[in-house]
Design a protein around this ligand. Structure first.
Ligand code: ADP
Length: 362
């Protein structure tokens, strides 16, 4: 008996796409399957025409099909794998598929190589900071492993509301906010992986009734694993901001995050160095973690440095009490630092122009 189509798909599902981490069926790379008697011809779409990669993938596909057929006592004669190449970057493909959020001019991801560096803090600062300057801003908390926006923005007492079958964003501190943390118990969100995380994030992003927004910031989960990678591919991003701390030991992780966005074809708008230094009440600066490490790394990787944010206990308190605007009242050094990061981000986002797909370069 020839191999059954369901078994054939099962075999193909065992093969991972190295770009997205998903299996090649889920990643949409299998464009056609033609069984003719005991022979099988497959058409696979790749974003590379590299012969060595194609050869390896072809061998892997054939091996998986034959192994599955053998297990099920089915017959497979010739396996022919044909490749077509779609060389657009992942982000260009998402752009070309049409903007699922037509009200939003620029969608900007905030990423970090690892947790705890202040990614959510910086996402909050950028969102609230740009709203203070008069921009229309949204913030999507996609950090499904540890959604911190309910606390950082003081959403615990807010009730979730829906209208026309869509979720209404929370309107706080001048920003439209949606967070996975208000939809599920945070400890449940922590166990989400792969497809569940993917679809929860997709729903949160596309089934929220966003107003007309100049910027939608997306706080991604930390790291460069499957989940941040696949979430970063769901929305047509105008760019990404990387957050890191100054220490040399933190830089390897930040570099990986930069590479992840480069691989996806998402423009790097710049890097923010958080916990850069400490400013005491007398105005004296203390260098705790090695100020400037992030700036040097940004220069070495040829991406813009958007500025450094000092470490200050009131920043931690403002996050714990859900009062982000307090950060601007700490002292002048702090408010200047926060505004500089916001201004530099606006300049970088305007220069990159990726909200107009015809001008985007992949
Ligand atoms: P991440 O999103 O990278 O995991 P968070 O933004 O949640 O990191 O920050 C981790 C902790 O550090 C939080 O308690 C936050 O309030 C605190 N924090 C972040 N940046 C600063 C800063 N510049 N000064 C003081 N505390 C900070």
């Amino acid at each position: 008996m020839p191999i059954q189509p369901s078994n054939l798909r099962e075999a193909l599902r065992k093969i991972a796409d190295p770009d997205s981490g998903k299996d090649i069926v889920t990643a949409g790379m299998v464009k056609d399957i033609k069984p003719e008697g005991d022979n099988i011809t497959l058409e696979i779409e790749l974003n590379t025409s590299e012969p060595a990669f194609q050869q390896k993938l072809s061998e892997q596909i054939e091996a998986e099909i034959r192994a599955t057929a053998q297990e099920n006592k089915e017959v497979v004669a010739a396996v022919t794998v044909k490749f077509t190449v779609d060389s657009r970057s992942a982000n260009k493909r998402v752009h070309d598929a049409g903007n699922p959020l037509p009200n939003v001019k620029k969608i900007i991801a905030i990423g970090a190589g690892k947790g705890g560096v202040g990614k959510s803090t910086v996402a909050t600062i950028l969102a609230v900071g740009l709203a203070r300057q008069g921009a229309k801003v949204g913030l999507l908390d996609g950090d499904i492993y540890g959604p911190s926006m309910p606390t950082m923005l003081g959403l615990h007492q807010e009730e979730s509301k829906a209208e026309d079958g869509l979720l209404l964003p929370f309107d706080v501190h001048g920003v439209e906010v949606m967070t996975i943390g208000k939809m599920v118990e945070p400890d449940k969100a922590l166990i989400w992986r792969g497809p569940r995380a993917h679809s929860a994030f997709n729903q949160l992003a596309t089934q929220t009734k966003w107003g007309e927004l100049d910027y939608l910031f997306v706080d991604l989960p930390p790291g460069t694993g499957d989940v941040p990678l696949s979430l970063a591919q769901l929305l047509p991003l105008s760019g990404a901001v990387i957050v890191c701390t100054p220490q040399v030991v933190a830089q390897d992780d930040a570099r990986r995050a930069v590479r992840m966005f480069q691989q996806l074809g998402v423009p790097l708008l710049g890097l923010v160095e958080n916990m850069s230094y400490f400013v005491a009440d007398d105005g004296k600066e203390y260098d705790i973690f090695g100020k400037g490490g992030g700036e040097q790394m940004a220069a070495a990787m040829n991406i813009a440095f958007l500025g450094g944010i000092p470490i200050h206990p009131v920043m931690r308190i403002a996050a714990d009490t859900g009062e982000p605007l307090r950060n601007w009242a700490i002292n002048e050094t702090m408010s200047t630092a926060l505004d500089t990061v916001c201004d530099n981000l606006v300049s970088a986002a305007n220069a990159s122009n990726t909200d107009r797909p015809t001008l985007s370069i992949s």
